[in-house]
Design a protein around this ligand. Structure first.
Ligand SMILES: O=P(O)(O)OC[C@H]1O[C@H](OP(=O)(O)OP(=O)(O)O)[C@H](O)[C@@H]1O
Ligand SMILES: O=C(O)c1cc(=O)[nH]c(=O)[nH]1
Length: 190
């Protein structure tokens, strides 16, 4: 199923190469390639693969809720939660989303969703590069009283010591794919 997910990135044009112009990353660095999970997650078949792989990866983990930083984490947390609820054994994992900035009107929340202090949360994200985004979500979740011991990403780009930084915060990092899987499944040019 991991191979199927890697192939889905290419089939949906969600893995981009442009070594001439490059892509600016959240960390400020430039990369010749870009993993676009917002595009991938727009396809129901791809969402199902992500959800199924994540459900399997999270089976040994005890958790009450899952979520992460907007916008990447929103569709990921939702699809895993829906899949897990319908699966056997069924899991009732609630979701939340961490805003990049607290809302300045309405309820003024930084974190939206359903969670209570003291609960066990898994932080999800689409791509891990420097780890900055993931760790921002971890800090917000811990600040709200959640216990966070695991994080899950769709793709670990294996750069900028992202994994090391996440593990240094005492987290176990689960990744469905690495950048090597995506490069290996790249269709041959004709
Ligand atoms: O590990 P990092 O160096 O933090 O990079 C990875 C982050 O970058 C992207 O987010 P982006 O800020 O582009 O936001 P978006 O999800 O709102 O599009 C991506 O969705 C990850 O969250
Ligand atoms: O580092 C990032 O900003 C980043 C890299 C990538 O491949 N995909 C993405 O959505 N963000």
């Amino acid at each position: 199923m991991r191979d199927q997910l890697a192939k889905a990135f290419h089939a949906t044009q969600s893995f981009r190469w442009d070594p001439e112009r490059g892509f600016k990353l959240a960390s400020g660095l430039t990369s010749p390639f870009y993993v676009d999970c917002r595009s991938l997650m727009a396809y129901p078949a791809a969402r199902r693969l992500v959800a199924s792989l994540a459900y399997d990866a999270l089976r040994p983990v005890e958790l009450d809720c899952l979520g992460g930083l907007e916008i990447g984490a929103i569709s990921i947390a939702t699809t895993i939660s829906d899949f897990a609820f319908a699966a056997q054994p069924s899991r009732d994992w609630r979701t939340f989303v961490v805003r990049k900035q607290a809302k300045d009107h309405g309820l003024g929340k930084l974190i939206e969703g359903a969670f209570r202090p003291g609960e066990r949360a898994v932080i999800v994200d689409d791509v891990l590069t420097s780890g900055g985004s993931l760790l921002k979500a971890v800090a917000a979740a811990r600040g709200a009283g959640l216990t966070v011991s695991h994080a899950l990403v769709i793709v670990d780009r294996k750069e900028q010591e992202g994994r090391k930084k996440v593990e240094a915060e005492g987290l176990t990092l689960l990744s469905l794919l690495t950048i090597d899987d995506l490069i290996r499944q790249q269709p041959a040019k004709v």
